[in-house]
Design a protein around this ligand. Sequence first.
Ligand code: NAP
Length: 319
Amino acid sequence: MLEKRTLGKTNIKVSPIGIGVMMWMGGKGIIGRIAPNVSDEIKNNIIKESFDGGINFFDTAEMYGFGRSEANLAKSLKANSIEDKDVVIGTKWAPMFRRARNMRRTINKRLQYLDDYTIDLYMIHQPISFSTIKTEMNELARLVESEKVKSVGISNYNAKKMRKAHEELEKLRIPLAANQVNYSLVRRNIETNGILDTAKELGVTITAYTPLAGGLLTGKLHNNPEMMKNKFAMYRMVAKRNMEESTPLVETLTEIGKTHEVLPGQVALNWLVTYHGNTVITIPGATKAYQAKESAGAMAFNLSKTESEEIAEVSEIFL
Ligand SMILES: NC(=O)c1ccc[n+]([C@@H]2O[C@H](COP(=O)([O-])OP(=O)(O)OC[C@H]3O[C@@H](n4cnc5c(N)ncnc54)[C@H](OP(=O)(O)O)[C@@H]3O)[C@@H](O)[C@H]2O)c1
């Protein structure tokens, strides 16, 4: 079983695999209209399977249905009688067309949607906004100091911007806990563009989003290409582009999985959170309970060094 690890240089302990609840938007917002409808019963079962399997970390955002995903997460945690102290929640402020001061005006709304579960990690969703990184980091620090959030992070920041964010927070003696970025075996560019190296150097956790490439790395689309038409448009694009090229990779994941009696997607998740030591954690999405169970199960075995290197080699084309 992979142990819990520290989020950046904070004292917050997270399971290396969490669950992302972006798809729990309940039909609201721009994406909500095309995201799948996940019933309350399924959401509750997803949380149960996650928690029973050792997952304590859940990722959401203001953008995911303008509070819907946050509220649905809180509702399902409550339905499972999961206490605030036993869970780590990350959510994100949407910076587009806004200034940093908007954070102090909207933070109570975030807490309301989360039904007073603590915001353990508050992130800036992406780097485009009307404010500078410095102003945004000062505003995040203010939220920590006023105990509205426990720790702070960023998302989709390149290496240079991450360094700047870290530098501004360091002046205020607040660690930059995490940078959440797109990272999977079919998208390995953070290993070459400086993001991963900078995170290691600064002690910032990398939270890999879209770690299964929307399900592609489970092999289900390779086995049933017709499933593609039910996929969310964003995934369809990623999956289609990578389908052929990722066939040898999925075959390798499947073969290695057989040795450990696990599935290819579980091997992919395990690789992601172990290949670079403790730097990377991940938050696969789940719209069905079995998916959360499998994601949690991805923490229950150890890949050998040879297996990890073989996976790295066969996915080199995605570097
Ligand atoms: N910061 C950002 O800008 C950003 C951007 C994107 C995502 N995120 C975060 O990252 C989280 C995950 O990313 P993601 O949903 O884009 O990608 P993902 O985790 O790669 O894909 C999730 C999808 O994969 C399929 N899946 C998951 N487990 C499976 C299993 N065991 N077997 C078969 N299929 C399985 C499901 O597809 P079906 O629903 O079709 O069954 C699920 O919806 C999001 O929830 C969100 O919290 C952050």
